[in-house]
Design a protein around this ligand. Sequence first.
Ligand code: CMP
Length: 133
Amino acid sequence: MAVAENLAEVPLFAGLSHRDLAHLAKVTHQHVYEAGTVLTSEDRSGVGFFVILEGTARVEVKGKRAKILKAGDFFGEMALIDEGPRSAVVTAETDLRCQVLTDFQFRSFVKEHPEVAWALLRTLVQRIREYQS
Ligand code: CMP
């Protein structure tokens, strides 16, 4: 399947035109991480934003399992938004195929696409609610 078609199935990118999806597919890259790979470590800085295209990833906050992320989910936005440390450890549970945006690509893409920014905000709010519950 073409990369732009993969990206069209990601809820975060719903509402983007074919042109925008094709551009995103062209300027960003895809990577497969082996099961067991640690993608973000708590308290380390981060330079990548990851959209899961295939596989699952485990999110752990302060040693506790917070969530399993699957195809269509994303992670790595928090440290890129506030330039603070990573808030959780994210580990590939299975081989994990991701579309990866560098911090610069992430920032400029979100600024150019308010609908993506809004979708990000929704997910951030959901994650805060989960912390509160
Ligand atoms: P960041 O802090 O950059 O790196 C770790 C990532 O884990 C974080 O961004 C979020 O994308 C993700 N994350 C943190 N907490 C949760 C949570 N409660 N549920 C799902 N994902 C989370």
